[in-house]
Write a protein of this length. Structure first.
Length: 333
């Protein structure tokens, strides 16, 4: 796909955000527009939602292009490329694992090729899933991980690992300026109520009074970062002076068991929901917690929003989402 777009005469950059209608991508678009950038949001809308960027459509500095970066990428002269395209929850990326892998690999290559042509800086949204079911805890960037390359989660885990490899190879071979963030569990407004991630899943079920399902005995741990903290880390990483292509962990090092999270959500929502138990999925990590020493040293970044404060805002967001969904059902009758 080739689109001709005149680079603006102002000092404000032209920025492409792939996956820009998704949970994290839409927050990136919000901040870029607030900073005065010209933003081209590229999304195939498989998991991204138009509603996440609807408030930006009236801006003359925002454009939404529906496209699949695994097969096509708008050929626009850009200053930055933020690659956040790919379903991030297991239920979503396992629906079409082949496409998930191609999005990670071919989509990344397409972004890097465009960056090589235009001289753009590239941000790659990688993931803590590259550590697999880790043998060291907390996870540090130098840890090479323990991923099952043939398991049901491999399309995402190995796809993201391959994307990191491409970023580093393009930097070494072509001098492309890349920034890689390994993202740990993040939550907050703009999440899809039905995306299957644990925070959204627990909150929605609690608000509906449905059982909250734990896998295994609920003792597996995760570290939850509120979205505003993560986005701040993104921008510090993207805008810092030249760094190596190596990845940087971004996440909240406070660690909670799944049972603790479920109990907190039930308490905060005042829900009558009960906790039930199901079998642990294949390759589900037992522990996940970032070592953020590098982010602290390199970016002077640490998350500041505690879990209950972030959950309060997220619960309010999902209350509105469920209310709007109910209105839509009533209007459709």
């Amino acid at each position: 796909m080739t689109i001709t777009r005149q680079r603006p005469s102002s000092i404000h950059p032209v920025v492409m955000v792939t996956g820009g209608a998704g949970f994290l991508g839409s927050h990136v678009c919000d901040r870029l527009i607030a900073e005065g950038a010209h933003v081209v949001c590229v999304d195939n809308l498989m998991t991204g939602r138009r509603s996440n960027v609807a408030h930006l459509r009236s801006s003359p500095r925002f454009a939404l292009i529906e496209a699949d970066i695994a097969t096509e990428l708008p050929q626009i002269d850009v200053d930055e490329i933020w690659n956040l395209a790919c379903p991030a929850s297991p239920p979503s990326y396992q629906l079409d694992p082949v496409h998930t892998m191609l999005t990670n690999v071919m989509g990344m290559k397409n972004c890097l090729d465009l960056a090589h042509r235009t001289g753009a800086r590239v941000f790659q949204a990688s993931t803590s899933e590259v550590y697999g079911d880790p043998e060291i805890h907390p996870q540090v960037e130098s840890y090479r991980g323990q991923v099952n390359s043939t398991g049901p989660r491999a399309c995402y885990d190995e796809g993201k690992r391959a994307a990191e490899t491409l970023c580093c190879d393009y930097q070494r071979t072509h001098g492309v300026d890349v920034r890689i963030a390994r993202i740990f569990n993040t939550y907050g407004p703009h999440m899809d109520p039905h995306d299957g991630r644990v925070v959204s899943n627990f909150i929605v079920k609690a608000l509906l009074g449905e059982p909250l399902e734990l896998y295994g005995d609920g003792s597996q741990t995760r570290s939850f970062c509120y979205v505003s903290d993560l986005i701040e880390g993104f921008f510090r990483l993207m805008r810092t002076a030249t760094v190596s292509a190596g990845p940087v962990n971004l996440g909240n090092p406070d660690e909670f068991t799944m049972r603790e999270l479920a109990e907190v959500v039930i308490q905060m929502t005042g829900s009558p929901s009960k906790i039930t138990v199901r079998a642990l999925p294949v390759d589900d990590p037992k522990q996940r917690r970032p070592n953020i020493g590098l982010a602290d040293t390199l970016l002077s970044w640490k998350p500041v929003i505690p879990l209950k404060e972030g959950l309060s805002s997220t619960i309010a967001y999902f209350c509105t989402e469920l209310w709007l969904a109910q209105l839509d059902k009533e209007h459709a009758k």
